[in-house]
Design a protein. Structure first.
Length: 341
């Protein structure tokens, strides 16, 4: 099996020669450290050296100041803030009348993207590797930023019509942007990563009922759009999301990312026992303790355990995609060797 075949078969929980694996999206400092360790010149050479099954593509997006599709809306009232913030006061702070939704200067995503540039980004992925588009489409986190997180949570309860009005416009933005990406990438796009962080270390940030009412309708629309283009969906949420995994699966998610190993209820053993055979996952290698502070032998042992728990149905990967520089290169090498051994 090549990496692309292995990725699709793993998500579909079909037999594989070994589960697919993904290094994730290491921070630039981590990439530099790993390149020095492996003797490679850049991230692309590093991925080839690691024989990573999954090649993620950041969607080219040109909308200042952030120039990132996950930071497309200038919500923050602080004019010097360059990226998305969840906690700073946002444009809609204090607004409760849905009519006010048109007060915001909603951007047009098509003005920020170029089809040829997107095609080239996906064409750069080796044909035997799975191409994963990092769309993010963080509609729920965006609505938090649109108000400021505290005010958004209050609005959700005291003025749900206003909350729905804003989040529906955000979802419409992402549906338009993503449709453009799907058409530009064509059949070279295998899967996309979308999602919103609704978990913390010990549980959900808000009740499952509120997740179902306010977040999942947009999630379902985004997943249905991807599936209509023949693209699989990996749904992301950091933290402890055990209470709503079944909801993500019911919404159509092909895999849940990540298994944040030390978050409450998120141990791979428990997830395999509850969801094995009816849900697929991505993650599992703890970065809070194991990858950062464990030995190479510890990492190899855990990979072996994960492979036994999930002979398929788990893309083995660090439990957070943004691998930090505190992870020793020797532990990345141990992960690689244990996956390919």
């Amino acid at each position: 099996m090549n990496g692309r075949e292995r990725f699709v078969a793993t998500i579909e929980r079909r037999p594989v020669d070994r589960p697919a694996w993904w290094l994730g999206e290491p921070l630039p400092e981590t990439v530099e450290r790993l390149c020095r360790f492996y003797g490679t010149d850049n991230h692309t050479e590093l991925k080839r050296r690691l024989d990573d099954d999954v090649w993620s593509v950041n969607i080219p997006f040109h909308c200042p100041p952030a120039n990132h599709i996950a930071c497309a809306f200038p919500w923050a009232k602080k004019s010097d803030y360059n990226e998305r913030t969840l906690t700073a006061p946002g444009f809609f702070e204090g607004m409760r009348d849905p009519v006010r939704v048109d007060d915001f200067p909603w951007p047009d995503p098509l003005a920020c993207m170029d089809a040829a540039e997107i095609r080239a980004a996906f064409a750069a992925v080796p044909p035997d590797k799975a191409a994963l588009g990092l769309l993010w489409s963080c509609h729920f986190q965006d609505v938090w930023a649109a108000f400021g997180m505290e005010d958004a949570l209050v609005c959700m309860l005291e003025a749900p019509a206003m909350f729905h009005a804003v989040i529906e416009r955000i979802v419409a933005f992402y549906l338009k942007a993503n449709a453009f990406v799907y058409e530009a990438a064509g059949d070279r796009l295998d899967a996309v990563l979308i999602g919103n962080d609704v978990g913390c270390q010990t549980g959900l940030i808000l009740s499952p009922a509120l997740v179902r009412e306010f977040m999942l309708p947009g999630t379902r629309a985004l997943i249905e759009q991807a599936h209509a283009h023949g693209v699989k969906v990996i749904h992301h949420s950091c933290g402890s999301v055990r209470e709503v995994i079944a909801d993500f699966v019911a919404a159509g998610a092909d895999a849940i990312h990540p298994i944040q190993a030390l978050a409450a209820g998120m141990a791979a053993e428990a997830l395999a026992a509850e969801f094995g055979g009816r849900a697929s996952f991505c993650g599992g290698l703890d970065v809070q303790q194991l990858m950062a502070h464990g030995t190479a032998a510890d990492v190899r042992r855990r990979v072996a355990e994960l492979r036994q728990l999930f002979p398929t149905g788990l893309i083995i990967s660090p439990s957070h995609e943004a691998l930090l520089p505190d992870v020793p290169p020797e532990n990345v090498e141990a992960m690689q060797n244990a996956m390919q051994g």
